[in-house]
Design a protein around this ligand. Structure first.
Ligand code: M6R
Length: 372
Protein backbone atom coordinates (compact mmCIF):
# COMPACT_ATOMS: atom_id res chain seq x y z
CA UNK A 1 0.00 0.00 0.00
CA UNK A 2 2.95 2.30 0.58
CA UNK A 3 3.97 1.72 -3.04
CA UNK A 4 0.85 1.26 -5.14
CA UNK A 5 -2.92 1.58 -5.13
CA UNK A 6 -3.48 -0.80 -8.02
CA UNK A 7 -3.33 -4.59 -8.10
CA UNK A 8 -4.71 -7.48 -10.05
CA UNK A 9 -5.28 -11.09 -9.03
CA UNK A 10 -3.86 -13.88 -11.16
CA UNK A 11 -6.39 -16.57 -12.04
CA UNK A 12 -5.41 -20.24 -11.85
CA UNK A 13 -3.15 -21.31 -14.73
CA UNK A 14 -2.31 -17.71 -15.55
CA UNK A 15 1.18 -16.26 -15.40
CA UNK A 16 2.64 -12.80 -15.56
CA UNK A 17 5.97 -11.77 -17.01
CA UNK A 18 7.41 -8.60 -15.54
CA UNK A 19 10.21 -6.73 -17.29
CA UNK A 20 11.62 -3.25 -17.00
CA UNK A 21 9.35 -2.23 -19.85
CA UNK A 22 6.14 -3.41 -18.14
CA UNK A 23 4.26 -6.66 -17.72
CA UNK A 24 2.28 -9.12 -19.77
CA UNK A 25 -0.19 -11.62 -18.40
CA UNK A 26 -1.21 -14.76 -20.22
CA UNK A 27 -2.38 -18.30 -19.69
CA UNK A 28 0.29 -20.95 -19.26
CA UNK A 29 -0.29 -21.71 -22.96
CA UNK A 30 0.68 -18.13 -23.73
CA UNK A 31 -2.74 -16.77 -24.69
CA UNK A 32 -2.76 -13.08 -23.66
CA UNK A 33 -5.09 -12.20 -20.77
CA UNK A 34 -6.25 -8.67 -20.02
CA UNK A 35 -5.75 -8.14 -16.29
CA UNK A 36 -8.67 -6.88 -14.23
CA UNK A 37 -6.96 -4.12 -12.30
CA UNK A 38 -8.45 -3.24 -8.91
CA UNK A 39 -8.09 0.01 -7.05
CA UNK A 40 -6.84 -0.66 -3.50
CA UNK A 41 -8.83 1.28 -0.98
CA UNK A 42 -6.58 0.74 2.04
CA UNK A 43 -4.56 3.53 3.50
CA UNK A 44 -1.21 3.22 5.20
CA UNK A 45 -2.62 3.86 8.67
CA UNK A 46 -4.61 0.64 8.42
CA UNK A 47 -1.48 -1.45 8.28
CA UNK A 48 0.59 0.47 10.82
CA UNK A 49 0.72 -0.37 14.50
CA UNK A 50 0.21 3.15 15.85
CA UNK A 51 -0.13 3.27 19.65
CA UNK A 52 -0.61 -0.47 20.07
CA UNK A 53 1.86 -3.15 21.19
CA UNK A 54 0.87 -5.65 18.53
CA UNK A 55 -1.64 -6.10 15.73
CA UNK A 56 -3.96 -8.43 17.62
CA UNK A 57 -4.43 -5.74 20.27
CA UNK A 58 -4.93 -3.06 17.61
CA UNK A 59 -7.52 -5.17 15.85
CA UNK A 60 -9.46 -5.88 19.06
CA UNK A 61 -9.69 -2.14 19.68
CA UNK A 62 -10.63 -1.50 16.07
CA UNK A 63 -13.83 -3.50 16.33
CA UNK A 64 -16.28 -0.68 17.03
CA UNK A 65 -15.02 1.12 13.92
CA UNK A 66 -14.70 -2.02 11.80
CA UNK A 67 -18.25 -3.13 12.65
CA UNK A 68 -19.65 0.31 11.84
CA UNK A 69 -17.99 -0.08 8.47
CA UNK A 70 -19.44 -3.57 8.02
CA UNK A 71 -22.96 -2.25 8.61
CA UNK A 72 -22.66 1.16 6.96
CA UNK A 73 -25.35 1.73 4.32
CA UNK A 74 -26.70 -1.79 4.70
CA UNK A 75 -29.29 -1.32 7.45
CA UNK A 76 -32.51 0.68 7.04
CA UNK A 77 -34.00 0.78 10.49
CA UNK A 78 -37.00 2.93 9.60
CA UNK A 79 -38.22 0.50 6.96
CA UNK A 80 -37.10 -2.62 8.79
CA UNK A 81 -34.97 -3.57 5.81
CA UNK A 82 -31.47 -4.85 5.12
CA UNK A 83 -29.93 -3.81 1.81
CA UNK A 84 -27.18 -6.09 0.55
CA UNK A 85 -26.26 -5.06 -2.97
CA UNK A 86 -24.17 -8.20 -3.43
CA UNK A 87 -27.23 -10.42 -2.94
CA UNK A 88 -29.81 -8.34 -4.79
CA UNK A 89 -29.74 -10.50 -7.94
CA UNK A 90 -30.34 -13.66 -5.92
CA UNK A 91 -33.08 -12.46 -3.57
CA UNK A 92 -35.62 -14.82 -5.16
CA UNK A 93 -33.40 -17.90 -4.77
CA UNK A 94 -32.63 -16.97 -1.17
CA UNK A 95 -36.30 -16.52 -0.36
CA UNK A 96 -37.01 -20.00 -1.65
CA UNK A 97 -33.87 -21.65 -0.28
CA UNK A 98 -34.51 -25.02 1.31
CA UNK A 99 -31.20 -25.41 3.12
CA UNK A 100 -28.08 -23.39 3.86
CA UNK A 101 -24.71 -25.06 4.36
CA UNK A 102 -21.97 -22.87 5.78
CA UNK A 103 -18.44 -24.11 5.13
CA UNK A 104 -15.39 -22.71 6.89
CA UNK A 105 -12.40 -23.49 9.09
CA UNK A 106 -11.17 -22.27 12.48
CA UNK A 107 -12.52 -18.96 13.66
CA UNK A 108 -14.54 -18.58 10.48
CA UNK A 109 -16.25 -21.88 11.33
CA UNK A 110 -17.19 -20.56 14.77
CA UNK A 111 -18.76 -17.50 13.14
CA UNK A 112 -20.50 -19.85 10.68
CA UNK A 113 -21.94 -21.83 13.62
CA UNK A 114 -23.48 -18.63 14.98
CA UNK A 115 -24.80 -18.05 11.45
CA UNK A 116 -26.34 -21.53 11.49
CA UNK A 117 -28.21 -20.76 14.71
CA UNK A 118 -29.39 -17.36 13.45
CA UNK A 119 -30.60 -18.69 10.10
CA UNK A 120 -32.68 -21.40 11.74
CA UNK A 121 -33.86 -19.19 14.59
CA UNK A 122 -34.81 -16.10 12.60
CA UNK A 123 -34.97 -16.92 8.88
CA UNK A 124 -36.50 -20.36 9.58
CA UNK A 125 -34.33 -22.08 7.03
CA UNK A 126 -32.60 -25.38 7.87
CA UNK A 127 -28.91 -24.57 8.23
CA UNK A 128 -25.73 -26.38 9.11
CA UNK A 129 -22.16 -25.19 9.62
CA UNK A 130 -19.47 -27.65 8.64
CA UNK A 131 -15.72 -27.96 8.61
CA UNK A 132 -14.98 -27.31 4.95
CA UNK A 133 -12.21 -29.93 5.19
CA UNK A 134 -14.77 -32.62 6.08
CA UNK A 135 -17.52 -31.44 3.75
CA UNK A 136 -15.29 -31.56 0.68
CA UNK A 137 -14.46 -35.25 1.11
CA UNK A 138 -17.66 -36.72 2.46
CA UNK A 139 -19.65 -36.95 -0.72
CA UNK A 140 -22.31 -34.48 0.49
CA UNK A 141 -25.88 -34.58 -0.78
CA UNK A 142 -26.84 -31.24 -2.31
CA UNK A 143 -30.57 -31.03 -2.86
CA UNK A 144 -32.31 -28.53 -5.07
CA UNK A 145 -32.58 -25.20 -3.24
CA UNK A 146 -29.30 -25.59 -1.31
CA UNK A 147 -27.19 -22.51 -0.75
CA UNK A 148 -23.53 -22.90 0.17
CA UNK A 149 -21.99 -20.04 2.13
CA UNK A 150 -18.19 -19.95 2.24
CA UNK A 151 -17.00 -17.96 5.23
CA UNK A 152 -13.37 -16.86 5.11
CA UNK A 153 -11.38 -13.81 6.11
CA UNK A 154 -8.65 -14.32 3.53
CA UNK A 155 -10.82 -15.82 0.83
CA UNK A 156 -7.90 -18.16 0.12
CA UNK A 157 -8.32 -21.09 2.54
CA UNK A 158 -7.83 -24.18 0.38
CA UNK A 159 -10.36 -26.44 2.15
CA UNK A 160 -13.04 -23.75 2.09
CA UNK A 161 -12.43 -23.16 -1.60
CA UNK A 162 -12.61 -26.89 -2.31
CA UNK A 163 -15.87 -27.28 -0.33
CA UNK A 164 -17.31 -24.40 -2.31
CA UNK A 165 -16.34 -25.97 -5.65
CA UNK A 166 -17.77 -29.32 -4.54
CA UNK A 167 -21.13 -27.75 -3.67
CA UNK A 168 -21.19 -25.61 -6.81
CA UNK A 169 -20.49 -28.65 -8.99
CA UNK A 170 -23.50 -30.32 -7.37
CA UNK A 171 -25.75 -27.39 -8.22
CA UNK A 172 -25.76 -25.20 -5.09
CA UNK A 173 -26.03 -21.43 -5.26
CA UNK A 174 -22.81 -20.11 -3.75
CA UNK A 175 -22.32 -17.09 -1.52
CA UNK A 176 -19.15 -15.69 0.00
CA UNK A 177 -18.72 -13.98 3.35
CA UNK A 178 -15.20 -12.76 2.73
CA UNK A 179 -12.96 -9.94 3.84
CA UNK A 180 -10.29 -9.73 1.16
CA UNK A 181 -11.73 -8.11 -1.93
CA UNK A 182 -10.92 -9.95 -5.14
CA UNK A 183 -9.64 -13.06 -3.33
CA UNK A 184 -10.09 -16.46 -4.95
CA UNK A 185 -13.23 -17.46 -3.01
CA UNK A 186 -14.76 -14.02 -3.60
CA UNK A 187 -14.21 -14.50 -7.31
CA UNK A 188 -15.50 -18.06 -7.37
CA UNK A 189 -18.84 -17.42 -5.62
CA UNK A 190 -22.07 -16.42 -7.41
CA UNK A 191 -22.64 -13.56 -4.98
CA UNK A 192 -21.57 -12.40 -1.56
CA UNK A 193 -21.19 -9.79 1.12
CA UNK A 194 -17.78 -8.39 2.02
CA UNK A 195 -16.86 -7.89 5.67
CA UNK A 196 -15.22 -4.48 5.12
CA UNK A 197 -13.28 -4.77 8.39
CA UNK A 198 -10.00 -3.68 6.80
CA UNK A 199 -6.84 -5.76 6.61
CA UNK A 200 -6.44 -8.29 9.42
CA UNK A 201 -2.73 -8.49 10.00
CA UNK A 202 -2.69 -10.39 13.31
CA UNK A 203 -2.75 -14.13 12.62
CA UNK A 204 -5.41 -14.55 15.30
CA UNK A 205 -8.78 -13.50 13.95
CA UNK A 206 -10.56 -10.89 16.06
CA UNK A 207 -12.27 -8.17 14.07
CA UNK A 208 -12.84 -10.61 11.19
CA UNK A 209 -14.79 -12.87 13.58
CA UNK A 210 -17.13 -10.10 14.71
CA UNK A 211 -17.40 -8.87 11.12
CA UNK A 212 -18.36 -12.38 9.97
CA UNK A 213 -21.02 -12.64 12.66
CA UNK A 214 -22.39 -9.21 11.72
CA UNK A 215 -22.53 -10.08 8.01
CA UNK A 216 -24.21 -13.41 8.76
CA UNK A 217 -26.72 -11.56 10.95
CA UNK A 218 -27.47 -9.21 8.07
CA UNK A 219 -27.83 -12.09 5.60
CA UNK A 220 -30.18 -13.74 8.11
CA UNK A 221 -32.33 -10.60 8.33
CA UNK A 222 -32.21 -10.19 4.53
CA UNK A 223 -33.66 -13.69 4.17
CA UNK A 224 -35.93 -13.52 7.22
CA UNK A 225 -37.68 -10.37 5.98
CA UNK A 226 -38.46 -12.06 2.68
CA UNK A 227 -39.69 -15.19 4.41
CA UNK A 228 -41.36 -14.66 7.79
CA UNK A 229 -40.21 -11.56 9.61
CA UNK A 230 -42.26 -8.38 9.91
CA UNK A 231 -40.65 -4.96 9.26
CA UNK A 232 -41.17 -4.08 12.94
CA UNK A 233 -39.36 -7.15 14.18
CA UNK A 234 -36.58 -6.52 11.71
CA UNK A 235 -36.15 -2.91 12.83
CA UNK A 236 -35.80 -4.08 16.42
CA UNK A 237 -32.95 -6.39 15.39
CA UNK A 238 -31.39 -3.59 13.35
CA UNK A 239 -31.53 -1.31 16.37
CA UNK A 240 -29.68 -3.92 18.42
CA UNK A 241 -27.11 -4.46 15.69
CA UNK A 242 -26.46 -0.75 15.39
CA UNK A 243 -25.92 -0.52 19.14
CA UNK A 244 -23.19 -3.18 19.18
CA UNK A 245 -20.17 -1.01 18.24
CA UNK A 246 -20.86 1.29 21.17
CA UNK A 247 -21.24 -1.72 23.47
CA UNK A 248 -17.87 -3.07 22.33
CA UNK A 249 -16.37 0.34 23.16
CA UNK A 250 -17.58 -0.24 26.72
CA UNK A 251 -16.12 -3.75 26.85
CA UNK A 252 -12.62 -2.70 25.78
CA UNK A 253 -12.62 -0.09 28.54
CA UNK A 254 -12.47 -3.00 31.00
CA UNK A 255 -9.08 -4.05 29.66
CA UNK A 256 -7.29 -3.47 32.99
CA UNK A 257 -9.71 -5.77 34.85
CA UNK A 258 -9.41 -8.41 32.13
CA UNK A 259 -5.61 -8.18 32.28
CA UNK A 260 -5.70 -8.80 36.05
CA UNK A 261 -7.69 -11.99 35.61
CA UNK A 262 -5.29 -13.12 32.89
CA UNK A 263 -2.33 -12.46 35.19
CA UNK A 264 -3.91 -14.37 38.06
CA UNK A 265 -4.52 -17.49 36.00
CA UNK A 266 -1.77 -17.42 33.39
CA UNK A 267 0.24 -20.23 34.99
CA UNK A 268 -2.65 -22.72 34.77
CA UNK A 269 -2.02 -25.28 32.09
CA UNK A 270 -5.55 -26.42 31.28
CA UNK A 271 -8.61 -24.28 30.70
CA UNK A 272 -12.23 -24.86 29.81
CA UNK A 273 -14.50 -22.51 27.86
CA UNK A 274 -18.20 -23.26 28.17
CA UNK A 275 -21.40 -21.76 26.84
CA UNK A 276 -24.83 -22.73 25.60
CA UNK A 277 -26.82 -21.72 22.52
CA UNK A 278 -25.24 -18.82 20.66
CA UNK A 279 -22.54 -18.74 23.31
CA UNK A 280 -21.34 -22.25 22.53
CA UNK A 281 -19.48 -21.20 19.34
CA UNK A 282 -18.23 -18.17 21.30
CA UNK A 283 -16.77 -20.56 23.88
CA UNK A 284 -15.06 -22.53 21.09
CA UNK A 285 -13.59 -19.29 19.80
CA UNK A 286 -12.32 -18.31 23.27
CA UNK A 287 -10.56 -21.66 23.64
CA UNK A 288 -9.04 -21.36 20.17
CA UNK A 289 -7.67 -17.89 20.96
CA UNK A 290 -6.08 -19.07 24.21
CA UNK A 291 -4.42 -22.05 22.50
CA UNK A 292 -3.21 -20.07 19.54
CA UNK A 293 -1.83 -17.06 21.36
CA UNK A 294 -0.76 -18.37 24.78
CA UNK A 295 0.16 -21.96 23.87
CA UNK A 296 -2.04 -23.08 26.77
CA UNK A 297 -4.25 -26.12 26.45
CA UNK A 298 -7.92 -25.17 26.34
CA UNK A 299 -11.10 -26.99 25.43
CA UNK A 300 -14.31 -25.35 24.34
CA UNK A 301 -17.61 -27.20 24.48
CA UNK A 302 -21.33 -26.82 25.10
CA UNK A 303 -21.71 -26.31 28.86
CA UNK A 304 -24.15 -29.22 29.15
CA UNK A 305 -21.65 -31.63 27.58
CA UNK A 306 -19.39 -31.36 30.66
CA UNK A 307 -21.27 -33.91 32.66
CA UNK A 308 -21.02 -36.49 29.89
CA UNK A 309 -17.36 -37.23 30.56
CA UNK A 310 -15.14 -34.16 30.37
CA UNK A 311 -16.03 -33.19 33.95
CA UNK A 312 -13.57 -35.89 35.03
CA UNK A 313 -10.79 -33.55 33.90
CA UNK A 314 -11.61 -30.81 36.37
CA UNK A 315 -8.98 -30.47 39.02
CA UNK A 316 -8.69 -28.09 41.94
CA UNK A 317 -8.44 -24.50 40.77
CA UNK A 318 -8.79 -25.30 37.07
CA UNK A 319 -10.09 -22.18 35.31
CA UNK A 320 -13.45 -22.62 33.58
CA UNK A 321 -14.62 -19.64 31.56
CA UNK A 322 -18.41 -19.61 31.36
CA UNK A 323 -20.16 -17.33 28.90
CA UNK A 324 -23.06 -16.66 31.23
CA UNK A 325 -25.06 -13.80 29.78
CA UNK A 326 -28.62 -13.28 30.91
CA UNK A 327 -30.85 -14.97 28.38
CA UNK A 328 -32.95 -17.99 27.59
CA UNK A 329 -30.49 -20.51 29.01
CA UNK A 330 -29.11 -18.52 31.94
CA UNK A 331 -30.53 -20.78 34.67
CA UNK A 332 -29.21 -23.85 32.92
CA UNK A 333 -25.77 -22.25 32.74
CA UNK A 334 -25.93 -21.63 36.51
CA UNK A 335 -26.56 -25.35 36.99
CA UNK A 336 -23.52 -26.16 34.87
CA UNK A 337 -21.46 -23.69 36.90
CA UNK A 338 -22.51 -25.49 40.08
CA UNK A 339 -21.37 -28.84 38.62
CA UNK A 340 -17.92 -27.47 37.81
CA UNK A 341 -17.58 -25.76 41.21
CA UNK A 342 -18.48 -28.99 42.98
CA UNK A 343 -15.35 -30.49 41.40
CA UNK A 344 -13.16 -27.59 42.53
CA UNK A 345 -13.03 -25.65 39.24
CA UNK A 346 -12.55 -21.86 39.41
CA UNK A 347 -15.25 -19.99 37.54
CA UNK A 348 -14.46 -17.01 35.34
CA UNK A 349 -17.87 -15.76 34.27
CA UNK A 350 -18.51 -13.46 31.34
CA UNK A 351 -21.78 -12.01 32.55
CA UNK A 352 -24.32 -9.32 31.80
CA UNK A 353 -23.74 -5.90 33.36
CA UNK A 354 -25.84 -5.55 36.50
CA UNK A 355 -25.87 -9.29 37.26
CA UNK A 356 -24.61 -9.24 40.87
CA UNK A 357 -25.95 -12.70 41.71
CA UNK A 358 -23.32 -14.32 39.53
CA UNK A 359 -20.62 -13.11 41.93
CA UNK A 360 -21.88 -15.65 44.45
CA UNK A 361 -20.91 -18.54 42.18
CA UNK A 362 -17.91 -17.19 40.29
CA UNK A 363 -14.37 -16.42 41.42
CA UNK A 364 -14.06 -13.78 38.68
CA UNK A 365 -16.69 -11.86 36.75
CA UNK A 366 -16.07 -9.94 33.53
CA UNK A 367 -19.05 -7.85 32.52
CA UNK A 368 -20.41 -7.21 29.04
CA UNK A 369 -23.41 -5.05 28.12
CA UNK A 370 -26.77 -6.70 27.65
CA UNK A 371 -27.79 -7.63 24.12
CA UNK A 372 -31.31 -8.79 23.37
O1 M6R B 1 -8.92 -16.87 6.12
P1 M6R B 1 -9.90 -17.83 6.75
O2 M6R B 1 -10.94 -17.12 7.57
O3 M6R B 1 -10.50 -18.79 5.79
O4 M6R B 1 -9.02 -18.70 7.74
C1 M6R B 1 -9.59 -19.81 8.40
C2 M6R B 1 -8.83 -20.11 9.65
O5 M6R B 1 -7.50 -20.50 9.35
C3 M6R B 1 -8.76 -18.89 10.57
O6 M6R B 1 -10.05 -18.46 10.87
C4 M6R B 1 -7.98 -19.19 11.86
O7 M6R B 1 -8.64 -20.20 12.59
C5 M6R B 1 -7.88 -17.93 12.70
N1 M6R B 1 -7.00 -16.98 12.08
C6 M6R B 1 -7.47 -18.23 14.09
O8 M6R B 1 -7.44 -17.07 14.89
Amino acid sequence: VAHTTQAFPLDDYNVVKITRAGFRSSTVDNVAVTPKVMQLEMDLEQIELGRFDHFMQKEIYEQPASLRNTMRGRLQRQDGKVVLGGLANFAKELTKAKRVTLAAQGTALHAAMIGEYMLEDLAKVPAVAEYASEFRYRNPIIEDGTVIVAVSQSGETADTLAALSEAKDRGALSLGVINVVGSTIARETDAGVYLRVGPEIGVASTKAFTGQVAVLAMITLFMARRRYMSPDQCSRFIEELEAIPEKIERVVQHDAAIRKVAERYCERENWLFLGRGYNYPTALEGALKLKEISYIHAEGMPAAEMKHGPIALISDGMPAVFIANKGRQYDKVLNNIAEVRARGGHIIAVATEGDHEIKKVAEEVLYVPDIV
